[in-house]
Design a protein around this ligand. Sequence first.
Ligand code: CA
Length: 218
Amino acid sequence: MRILLLEDDLQLASGLKQSLQSEHYALDHFDQVKSALSATTQEHYDLVILDLGLPDADGFTFLQGFRKHHTSPVLILTARDGIEDKIKGLDLGADDYLAKPFDINELQARIRALLRRSGGRASNVMTYEGVEVDQQARTVMYEGKPVNLARREFNLLEVLLQNEGKVMSRVSLEQTLYSWDDDIESNALEVHIHNLRKKLFSKLISTVRGVGYMVPKV
Ligand code: CA
């Protein structure tokens, strides 16, 4: 899962980055509305964490721009805890609101809840044709037996299942797997797809020629 963090408090941002990466999210951090909005035209983000007070514009400006093209959940994280800001944020399309200072465990739980909801699920366990993925424990079972997946294989399976029935482009899958600061080997995605088909079952992931991959809708 790939998260965009828009936050101008660099110390907070670096703490969040560390703690979210340790939960295996890929995270891109921006401290200005303009650069963050521009990134969303090129990258797919599964979730946005949004500060309101930013140097070049306020977070509401980002939210309005983002909502014109994207439905991914947005969580507002801000020291402003006035009721007007909450209402305005939610009305502009934010999905949740957490006031600073906050507990990192609460933030993590809210992120999981938002991602579940956007994937249309009520629990942390995704199931698909005998495959069971526990997103919190990060374990996978196939036909009742545990399967060992490498970190990126797990992340790839998670995003494909989250988007069941939708074709995911190679570019967006690569972006999900790698942060901007990672090097991507050119055939890495194919290798991970091959491993998932081998470790689980071959028809789990369809190749959509010239576009990318998908988990077919069942
Ligand atoms: Ca701020």
